[in-house]
Write a protein of this length. Structure first.
Ligand code: F6P
Length: 328
């Protein structure tokens, strides 16, 4: 017989992403619906260790569905990586009477949750929140759709100046280990080349492709480079290499950086957050633990937390083919 749940904690951890606030709101309001208490944990695992908690109610999360960032703040806690840190966190949860926690974050957050669960048998339910979309078991993570729109808007603007000056632009987008943002924004913004960690295009092939672009009459070009791509040492050296080998090109570099993580969440991310928050609370009330809420084929479901952490979310090969043909 599972323990009766009276109080649920919610926290955001790791890199923030647009839609985290909408997910917090959803968890809080779902708790209100089921007449259970909800507690916000500040700064992820760090706040858990320090007992930095706040009681949240339905009105307390008004006006945040449209806000980027996270009202609960976030952190990457070093102390939680130690057993002593995790024991402190456990003691704080027990002291506050928290029966289960909804973790909103990426694979680092989920890995911490799994270790903690093994040690203390404490129920966690994950909601995938990262702009990188690199979590196994779910087609979309919170914040990814918003980040795609942010990047496409920025690339459109860069294209204006690229074409005025007939320049070649290398635009670096986020994605430490994954090319989801690069591949989709590359297609959406009409890039000539897309460099992602999952596919090794090779420097020679890239040069050939840029030569072809010039010959076919293109005056300006955009190359989208995922942060984690390894074709060049970094995007600046890549641009230098191309200018050296293809002197007909004048190259510039633009690193979009952390602006990709900010801004009001898209409607898609707000709806996704609302659906996932409710599901997370209902799973806890059903006595579930160690699961991540997911979305596949527009259906909300679950993936085992361990599988979500260990599995690899593969990029869609069809998109690579589309991008190749579109950049003709
Ligand atoms: O949240 C994921 C991510 O945005 C990666 O794409 C990026 O490499 C990383 O976070 C940057 O992290 P930080 O904010 O710690 O520099």
């Amino acid at each position: 017989m599972p323990k009766k749940i009276k109080k649920i904690g919610v926290m955001t951890s790791g890199g923030d992403s647009p839609g985290m606030n909408a997910a917090i709101r959803s968890v809080v309001r779902s708790c209100t619906h089921y007449r259970i208490e909800c507690v916000g944990i500040y700064r992820g695992y760090q706040g858990m260790i320090e007992g930095d908690f706040i009681k949240l109610d339905a009105r307390g999360v008004s006006g945040i569905i449209n806000k980027g960032g996270t009202i609960l703040k976030t952190a990457r806690s070093k102390a939680f990586r130690t057993k002593a840190g995790r024991k402190k966190a456990y003691d704080q949860l027990i002291k506050a009477g928290i029966d289960a926690v909804v973790l909103i974050g990426g694979d680092g957050t989920f890995t911490g949750g799994m270790v903690f669960n093994k040690e203390f048998d404490f129920p966690f339910i994950g909601i995938p929140g990262t702009i990188d979309n690199d979590i196994f078991g779910t087609t979309f993570t919170l914040g990814y759709d918003t980040a795609l729109n942010t990047v496409v808007e920025a690339v459109d603007k860069i294209r204006d100046t690229a074409s005025s000056h007939s320049r070649l632009f290398f635009i670096e987008v986020m994605g430490r280990d994954a090319g989801f943002i690069a591949l989709n924004t590359g297609i959406g913004a009409g890039a000539e080349e897309i460099l992602i960690p999952e596919e090794d295009l090779g420097l020679k092939r890239m040069l050939r492709s840029l030569q072809r672009s010039k010959r076919s009459g293109k005056s300006s070009s955009i190359v989208i480079v995922a942060e984690g791509d390894t074709i060049g040492k970094n995007v600046f050296e890549l641009a230098e290499y191309v200018e050296k080998n293809l002197p007909q090109y004048e190259a510039r570099v633009s690193v979009l950086g952390h602006m990709q993580r900010g801004g009001a969440p898209s409607c898609f991310d707000r709806v996704l957050a609302s659906r996932m928050g409710l599901k997370a609370v209902e799973l806890i009330l059903d006595g579930e633990k160690n699961l991540m809420v997911n979305i596949n084929n527009n259906k909300i479901g679950v993936t085992n937390l361990e599988k979500a952490v260990k599995g690899k979310h593969k990029i869609n090969q069809e998109l690579i083919r589309v991008s190749d043909i579109m950049s003709i």
